[in-house]
Design a protein around this ligand. Structure first.
Ligand code: SF4
Length: 347
């Protein structure tokens, strides 16, 4: 019995090699890759410039595991959360965030079903890891959300952030393959400058990402500027402490020339004191960095409190006064559990 593999789990290069070995001509392989990655067609029978025999051959050899929209929720602020069912009926979430009076549109994509990292403030971390997403499943979130974006707002996506469910650097190969298809002229032709990978901090993978030349923006989910507090919130810090992360990020910045950002969720009386701000200023002296301070969204079963507006603003002012580029981000989509740390396939 032939076990059919998902055609979207192959890179276009690997697929080309396999089809060439079956006697496919180059221009036919190009046509197929165009259908898959440029026109995003998910049914072999709709690939009309391939011969009937070739379409049959594809159907015998491969499946196309596409996503099925299972639920869509629209927030009061225009943010849209999508829940997608995968071919094995596992569920993931993606979020479309309109920014700056609907001039820009960011999609936040998931890279894993759940997450193994158990950050104490995060709803996804409480799910555990069910499985890795394939490159095709990551790519297809962008395709589907982009379509809704065009239908709803008359414009396509401007930015992609790997900030949904999961730790992207622990699904490294598939995440990188999805980036390759997104930026390829034979894919969506997206600029790498408009893609951000957000990590909880895995030093050796940050170095690898720099060396592999993807040149995407990198965001570190920092949330605490000293190891003791960070260990408490993010157990991954015990094996990837701040010193090792700063070394890795410095290297990433030097090799790629790309912007690094720190994501910092403010928790009342935990990481929003002047001492915390002082420690953060010190961390920011290693390389050019922008700090995004994020309002906390309540997650059931989590004890942290959201910083008051005054404390949050004072914290930001301290950073700005000490020369750190800082933004304060109001939470988006919190009424539909679509905000940072809230993705958990609820409802
Ligand atoms: S914050 Fe990110 S890395 Fe941490 S548990 Fe949640 S999804 Fe995983």
């Amino acid at each position: 019995m032939i076990i059919q593999k998902d055609i979207l789990s192959f890179t276009s290069t690997d697929l080309s090699t396999q089809l060439a070995s079956l006697g496919w001509e180059k221009y036919r392989i190009k046509q197929l890759n165009n259908w898959l990655w440029k026109h995003c067609v998910r049914d072999f029978n709709q690939m009309t410039n391939l011969s009937v025999k070739q379409r049959e051959e594809l159907t015998n050899l491969f499946t196309i595991n596409s996503l099925r929209e299972d639920k869509k929720q629209i927030s009061n602020d225009g943010t849209i959360k999508f829940r997608y069912a995968l071919h094995d009926d596992k569920k993931i979430e993606s979020v479309l965030i309109p920014v700056a009076d609907d001039k820009r549109f960011t999609v936040c994509v998931s890279s894993q079903v759940g997450c193994s990292l158990t950050c104490s403030f995060c709803a996804t971390g409480k799910m555990g890891l069910a499985r890795q997403l394939t490159a095709g499943e990551i790519f297809d979130q962008v395709v589907q959300v982009n379509k809704t974006c065009q239908d709803t707002y008359g414009k396509g996506l401007s930015n992609i952030v790997y900030m949904g469910m999961g730790e992207p650097l622990l699904n490294y190969k598939n995440v990188c393959n999805s980036i390759s298809q997104l930026i390829s002229s034979e894919g969506l032709n997206f600029s790498h400058n408009r893609i951000t990978v957000s990590t909880a901090g895995i030093a050796k993978m940050i170095i690898k990402l720099a060396e592999d030349g993807y040149k995407v923006n990198l965001a570190l989910s920092l949330h605490a500027a000293d190891d003791a507090k960070r260990n408490e919130m993010m157990p991954i810090n015990e094996s990837n402490n701040l010193h090792s992360l700063m070394q890795a990020l410095k290297y990433y910045q030097r090799i790629t020339g790309n912007r690094i950002s720190f994501e910092y969720i403010a928790f009342e009386h935990f990481n929003d004191t002047e001492k915390d701000a002082k420690n953060l200023v010190k961390l920011c002296s290693h390389f050019p960095v922008i700090v995004n301070i994020i309002e906390y969204n309540t997650v059931q079963g989590v004890d942290y409190m959201k910083s008051s507006e005054d404390r949050l603003n004072n914290f930001a002012k301290y950073l700005l006064k000490h020369g750190v580029m800082t933004t304060v981000r109001k939470s988006r989509g919190k009424d539909i559990d679509a905000a940072c740390g809230q993705l958990a396939n609820k409802g």
